[in-house]
Design a protein around this ligand. Structure first.
Ligand code: AHM
Ligand code: MG
Length: 346
């Protein structure tokens, strides 16, 4: 009876992570960090789903139950993410798109992982109940950022040390992932050995493994750019976009799809192939997206799936960040599509 057999095969994110630990892919500390991130994502998923209702009651889930001022959902999501990471006791430094500077975690007693994250990307979509997501990346523990809290002379340099430790190129990422809050809640993860996708089962409240070793199609005729900025773009980029719209002899131009939510646009590109782009333009000289919290984690994932992440000239993962909130142009997706774009830009 195939149905029953399948039921036994269900694998939760937790059991999958423990298997990775047993196989020596990650250590016990990283397993705990990842599981605390998945916990944060479950909480954010329920906050996002209740956003319209919370507005009426002016309470965001349990977070604001004491009648404090209502906070914006991205601010609340940042607190949820930070609190889960702090409570894991395995993170040394956390750096969020929502915070001015990276923060050293005083509570750390074992691990010292560095976690960068964007707790709620695409939050302008929330009021219309359109997809949003959380994005994260994890870097190695680094002894240089261990804090001696007894030594007050160290405290001035703490912020500086944190910044130095967080500013690592994407090449150093140990793990990266995102959680998409859409018609389904999907957690996508790479530990550097392929890309795996888990779907939140609303019946059990558990992420269940639904796709293993995802491979992005080598090419794909879907492009996702905010074409409202067309007149602000470089002429070479305009030519590339014009080429995508040219039906050519086959009579089939590319299709345009743009949610305006990186996680949703990226997830579709990962599964169906094509290209997502956020170029530089006359207004924003480095584009809009952040290297540490958005571009590097997504590029690590896409490369693990056989695709490519580029700033138009070079591999995103090779870029050494000069600052924690640095922005870079991003072109990401199927290898052939990104390489074609690079040719147009060169
Ligand atoms: P955010 O971090 O402020 O949410 O901005 C990032 C978002 C991405 O999710 C999305 O791809 C992009 O901004 C959309 O920008 P635009 O509205 O300029 O097309
Ligand atoms: Mg963002």
């Amino acid at each position: 009876k195939p149905k029953k057999q399948n039921a036994y095969k269900l694998q939760t994110l937790t059991s999958w992570l423990l298997k990775q630990e047993q196989d020596g892919v990650i250590d016990a500390e990283l397993t705990i960090v990842l599981s605390s991130i998945s916990m944060a994502c479950k909480q954010i998923a329920s906050l996002v789903q209740r956003a319209g209702i919370s507005k009426l009651t002016e309470v965001h889930g349990a977070v604001n139950a004491q009648g404090e001022d209502q906070k914006k959902l991205d601010v609340v999501s940042n607190e949820v993410f930070s609190n889960c990471l702090r409570a894991s006791g395995r993170t040394g430094i956390i750096a969020s798109e929502e915070e001015d500077v990276p923060v050293a975690v005083e509570e750390s007693y074992y691990g010292n992982y560095i976690v960068v994250f964007d707790p709620l990307d695409g939050s302008s979509n929330i009021d219309a109940a359109v997809s949003t997501g959380s994005i994260f990346g994890i870097y190695s523990p680094n002894d240089d950022c261990l804090l001696d809290l007894e030594d007050t002379t160290m405290l001035d340099s703490v912020e500086q040390r944190c910044i130095v430790n967080v500013c690592q190129p994407g090449n150093n990422l140990l793990a990266a992932g995102y959680c998409m809050y859409s018609s389904a809640v999907i957690f996508v993860l790479t530990l550097g050995n392929g890309v795996f996708s888990f779907t939140l089962d609303p019946m059990f409240g558990e992420f269940i493994l639904t796709q293993e070793n995802i491979q992005i199609p080598k090419a794909g005729k879907i492009y996702a750019f905010n074409e409202g900025n067309y007149q602000l773009w470089d002429d070479r980029l305009k030519k590339y976009i014009d080429h995508l719209k040219d039906p050519g002899p086959s009579g089939n131009p590319y299709s345009a799809r743009y949610i305006g939510s990186l996680v949703g646009d990226f997830h579709r590109t990962l599964l169906y192939g094509g290209i997502y782009g956020y170029p530089r333009d006359k207004k924003s000289r480095n584009g809009k997206l952040r290297l540490l919290y958005e571009c590097a984690p997504m590029s690590f994932i896409v490369e693990q799936a056989g695709g490519k992440g580029s700033d138009g000239q070079q591999r995103i993962l090779d870029i050494q960040p000069a600052g924690i909130h640095q922005r870079v142009p991003l072109y990401i997706g199927s290898i052939e599509e990104v390489e074609k774009l690079e040719k147009y830009l060169s």
